[in-house]
Design a protein around this ligand. Structure first.
Ligand code: MOS
Length: 756
């Protein structure tokens, strides 16, 4: 029998968003849109120094503002929190209202609660704070920072052979340093929290990509049972890693208890830069040693990342870079550098975006050193085996991606010499780089119900963070049950529903589609067994395993069938099931841990059977103006192979969004820091540059068909993050081809090319 994935999904069966109309008409409720009775409003007071202590609060002027109900500061909250909020790595992080200590500029130090948003805001500006300031350390190179060893997410530095000796003896060497800048997510939907108590029960409306995590973390901080807390986020207006459990939520719950009313809190765009996580700046030292044939002999990658003073959080992208190419000698290390900054966190392809910039830039440098086409260099080092663990890749179609992208792009028109492809006043350059992302997945549970009129209901706590999750669930259930998507209702975004792992690490499709398949398969099996047993069914006596649900019928390949309604009538007119999916190789108790809010994710590099990654290739054309050095990207072609694609329309859009963000990461985005005061200076959407349509005129996406029978039952490898990975390097590589100038520090700006 044909595999489930082939039967259910194909690249020529796109599906429009089932929630599209709700979103464009405003019917979709985001967390801050939820109505609560008679809310009070909170506004945060944030620190204006980056390091030191608060010596005094003067609150009289603020308290005098009409409508002010309460002002929470460290002096009056007592031990309202029983447990400190954790950083994104589960470790310690900066505090907020717990003490007079200032860890970073823009730290929440007081919450004003008032009858109206306006009153709260006015009072917040009237809070006077005296500080005992100290000289802050903003970032790398400041003498006040401290550095220590860290680890990649797998917990183990990838290492094989003797990389130092192999590098020393290599015929061709690249030894270079790279850096990537501070970046902030800036999702359209602002960060917000609304908390409402009913007796001992707390309801939280908070945009979260991990409902059970938000519930569990907040309950633990408040010292109450998790089942007294309900977290709701029906829609999330963009997350990209920034919307997990956070230190803000519990304080709003405390505020709501103190004023005896629901409290609504929306973080301003500016405050979002310092009160939530971001992508910290990184530095890299890459050493590649190769033979004259271009085969890698040694790969060394050392990363340095900024974090806050108390947090050891790093992204540790060596898990990926060590596994990209065949190489017998590999050594890696990751270091965390503590500065007076807010704690960073996940941002789209957190490890791969900066670390692959370094590796793929170095690979390009190696190709030039060898006078080899950079795609040919990748081909010579391609492998079907994880070079660190020796495990097979679950599937790897990297060179197919390069070949398809090269054909579409016209790569064969590339003239090798830098600066040799001038057109009029423009220097033209072609560049390429590899994209990758580990195929992660986690436990998920769902309730599926099918009723007599051919309608289905699927309920799970899952997350619509803008990725098309409602459509993915409706589509999967619809195809499994033989119903049109419009006949499937999906309820998500509520921690009272069956738990689903974090919508992060590009794991959502694999985790939720596999559990929905399981639930639907259970329903099909029940209907099939009943029909097979029944004397009056046209399907009587047939093998239940050979009966499928399609087109509103239960049917057999022979053509025999009966209407769904009839099949359902035999089991009481309704079939309902609860399904759990725990990825093979994960302990069964990861499901109960998940329901307590503990993150359980099976990483693509953490498996015993295979190493699982999706791969892709970016090919770009860059034009640099011969006189002004203006940099344009007239076209990009990116090809990806990510196993089964559930919804090609959503996948295309995800890939494209990622590719555009990669262009942004290469040429536009940079959170500028005033080093003297360790303060972000462009904390708004006007000064934080992102590409507009004119910056991305032609972004082409190719989906390379790939069947992966090992990664999970449906063969899904995930698509949410891979699109951004490597694009920054492809652009830097194209800039080199255009100008002969190697830019190793992002973002690339006109001023970096003036002397090229
Ligand atoms: Mo993503 S950065 O794993 O939400």
């Amino acid at each position: 029998m044909e595999s489930s994935s082939k039967r259910l999904f194909s690249l020529d069966r796109p599906e429009k968003r089932v929630d599209g109309i709700a979103k464009v008409t405003g019917a979709a409720r985001y967390a801050a849109d939820e109505r609560v009775a008679s809310p009070a409003y909170a506004y945060a007071v944030t620190s204006t120094i980056a390091r030191g202590r608060i010596t005094a609060f003067k609150l009289d002027a603020a308290r005098a503002v009409p409508g002010v109900l309460d002002i929470l500061t460290y002096e009056n909250v007592g031990n309202a929190l029983k447990k400190q909020p954790q950083g994104p790595d589960g470790g310690p992080t900066t505090t907020t209202l717990q003490s007079p200590q200032i860890w970073h500029d823009g730290q929440i130090i007081a919450l004003v609660v008032a009858d109206s948003f306006e009153a709260a805001r006015e009072a917040a500006f009237k809070v006077q704070v005296d500080y005992a300031p100290e000289d802050p350390s903003a970032s790398f190179d400041h003498p006040g920072v401290s550095q220590e060893q860290s680890k990649p997410m797998s917990g183990e530095d990838p290492k094989v052979g003797d990389a130092a000796a192999a590098f020393a003896g290599a015929a061709v060497k690249i030894d270079a340093k790279y850096s990537t800048p501070t970046q902030h997510h800036n999702a359209m939907e602002l960060f917000s929290t609304t908390c409402e108590w009913e007796g001992e029960h707390l309801t939280i409306y908070d945009p979260s990509q991990f409902m059970h995590g938000t519930r569990g973390a907040t309950a633990a901080q408040l010292g109450i049972e998790a089942d007294k807390v309900r977290a709701i986020a029906r829609y999330v207006g963009g997350a990209f890693g920034s919307k997990g459990p956070n230190p803000r939520t519990a304080w709003i719950a405390v505020a709501a208890k103190r004023v005896g009313r629901p409290v609504k809190f929306v973080v301003t765009r500016e405050q979002g830069f310092t009160t939530n996580t971001y992508r910290a700046e990184t530095r890299h030292h890459v050493q590649l040693g190769a033979g004259r044939d271009g085969k890698l002999l040694s790969l060394r990658h050392e990363g340095f990342e900024i974090s806050s003073r108390p947090s050891k959080y790093t992204v540790g992208g060596t898990d990926g870079t060590a596994r990209m190419y065949a190489c017998p000698n590999i050594a890696t290390a990751v270091h965390v550098v503590h500065a007076d900054r807010n704690t960073p966190g996940y941002m789209r392809a957190p490890p791969e975006t900066p670390y692959m910039f370094a590796l793929e830039s170095a690979m390009d440098e190696l190709a030039w050193e060898l006078a080899l086409d950079p795609i040919e260099l990748r081909r010579r080092n391609d492998t079907q085996k994880d070079p660190v663990k020796g495990l097979p890749f679950s599937s790897r179609s990297l060179m197919k991606c390069y070949d398809e992208a090269a054909r579409e792009f016209g790569w064969n028109k590339r003239a090798a010499k830098p600066g040799s492809m001038q057109q009029g006043e423009w220097l033209v350059g072609y560049g390429c780089a590899t994209a990758c992302y580990p195929s992660n997945q986690g436990p998920a549970a769902a309730r599926v119900a099918l009723v007599g009129n051919g309608k289905a209901l699927v309920q799970l706590s899952g997350h619509e963070i803008g990725t098309g999750a409602y459509t993915l669930v409706a589509l999967t259930a619809g195809r499994c049950l033989g119903l049109d998507v419009t006949n499937v209702t999906v309820i998500m975004g509520d921690s009272n529903l069956p738990p689903v792992v974090i919508a992060g690490g590009s794991s959502n499709a694999a985790s939720t589609a596999n559990v929905v398949l399981k639930g639907c398969e259970d329903i099909r099996a029940r209907l099939a067994a009943a029909a097979s047993r029944a004397k009056d069914s046209p399907l009587s006596g047939l093998d239940p395993a050979a009966l499928e649900l399609a087109d509103g019928k239960l049917r057999h390949a022979s053509g025999k069938s009966e209407p769904l309604e009839q099949a359902l009538a035999r089991v009481g007119g309704r079939a309902e099931t609860y399904a759990e999916y725990v990825p093979e190789g994960m302990p069964q108790e990861s499901m109960s841990a998940l329901s307590e809010g503990k993150l359980r994710l099976q990483g693509g590099t953490g498996r015993k059977d295979v190493t699982a990654f999706a791969f892709g290739a970016h090919l770009v054309e860059v034009r640099v103006h011969a006189r002004t050095r203006e940099i344009r990207v007239p076209r990009t072609v990116s090809a990806f192979a990510s196993g089964t694609i559930v919804n090609p329309m959503a996948a295309h859009s995800q890939y494209m969004g990622g590719a555009i963000w990669g262009i942004s990461a290469a040429l536009h985005e940079h959170t500028e820091i005033d080093e003297r005061v360790a303060r972000y200076v462009n904390e708004n959407l006007a000064d934080y540059l992102i590409p507009v349509n004119a910056d991305v005129p032609d972004v082409r996406i190719i989906m390379v068909p790939e069947e992966d029978t090992r990664v999970n039952p449906l063969g899904i490898k995930g698509i949410g993050e891979i699109g951004i990975v490597g694009m920054n390097a492809a652009i830097a590589n194209a800039v080199y081809h255009a100008t002969g100038k190697r830019i190793r520090d992002l973002p690339i700006r006109v001023e970096h090319l003036l002397d090229a």
